[in-house]
Design a protein around this ligand. Structure first.
Ligand SMILES: Nc1ncnc2c1ncn2[C@@H]1O[C@H](COP(=O)(O)OP(=O)(O)OP(=O)(O)O)[C@@H](O)[C@H]1O
Length: 259
């Protein structure tokens, strides 16, 4: 018996066209862990994330979220427990105003009146979207970064235990990216962040899981792997700038290898 909020055992997934996108994935994540999920394009990050709130059901292997196995009859509970923020906010925002979009999830779960209002205000405040200015605007007309923040607010308003984010810093300007990092850092939640932004991973996540061609090739401390240039290169990744910069004037970069 295990009590971790996310427990994935022997998960494989094949797309209908025959493409084997995940191969025998085993991952267990403790409550309040912040985990970076990194890997080159096509390594399987999105496919794995789609499994975490039951958009995809396991074909081989199993996933337990909180106290529920992922299967059809548990999906409502699982979606209360896990909030998923898509890579593209256009897939998430569909109401006529920002306020209604953020309120949509909790409203659907029967929350109304003052509690609903409070949840929406808190979620908007957390992502630094001023309700006075943005509440009545149409999400279609926001910038990419603003949309992203509204999409995150909509998920936060559902008060999930586990927050899964696909490329949260893409499209954000440096200041919004910094605010997002600070926000995520302070959230008392289990976080799973798929990202190409290795600086963000390094700053925010003590643990990193690296996927390569659908397989887990590293699962351990973030700082240990970020200095292993050979390993990162082997899996088509680059060390974060903040890691390599201090050494950029040295003739000999540190050559650390875990292999
Ligand atoms: N609908 C689909 N049908 C068939 N194969 C797919 C489908 N979606 C994704 N794949 C394949 O599955 C593999 C994993 O894709 P996935 O989108 O999970 O990767 P990713 O790590 O999220 O990539 P990126 O960094 O580009 O977002 C890739 O080989 C991709 O081509």
């Amino acid at each position: 018996m295990h009590h971790n909020p996310v427990f994935i055992k022997n998960l494989s997934y094949r797309y209908p066209d025959g493409n084997l996108a995940l191969k025998d994935i085993n991952i267990s994540i403790k409550a309040n862990d912040k985990v970076a999920l990194i890997g080159a394009n096509g390594s399987g990050k999105s496919t794995l994330q789609f499994h975490l709130n039951g958009i995809f059901l396991p074909q081989t292997g199993e996933i337990t979220i909180g106290e529920w196995k992922i299967k059809d009859e548990n999906l409502a509970d699982i979606r209360n427990f896990v909030g998923l923020v898509f890579q593209n906010p256009d897939n998430q925002l569909f109401m006529p105003t920002v306020w209604e979009d953020v309120a949509f999830g909790p409203m659907n779960r029967g929350i109304k009146g003052n509690e609903l209002k409070l949840r929406v205000l808190e979620a908007m405040e957390a992502v630094n979207i001023d309700p006075e200015i943005y509440g009545s605007r149409n999400p279609d007309n926001l910038s990419g970064g603003e949309k992203k923040r509204v999409a995150i607010a909509g998920v936060l308003a559902m008060e999930p235990q586990v927050l899964v984010l696909d490329e949260p810093s893409a499209q954000l300007d440096p200041r919004s990216r910094r605010q997002l990092i600070n926000l995520l850092d302070q959230l008392p939640l289990t976080l799973i962040i798929a990202t190409h932004d290795l600086d963000l991973a390094w700053e925010l996540c003590e643990r990193t899981i690296i996927l390569s061609k659908g397989q887990v090739v590293y699962d351990g401390k973030t700082d240990k792997i970020m200095s292993d240039y050979a390993f990162l290169e082997q899996h088509a990744l680059e060390a974060p700038l903040s890691f390599s910069r201090p050494y950029c004037n040295l003739e000999d970069k540190p050559k650390l290898s875990l292999l």
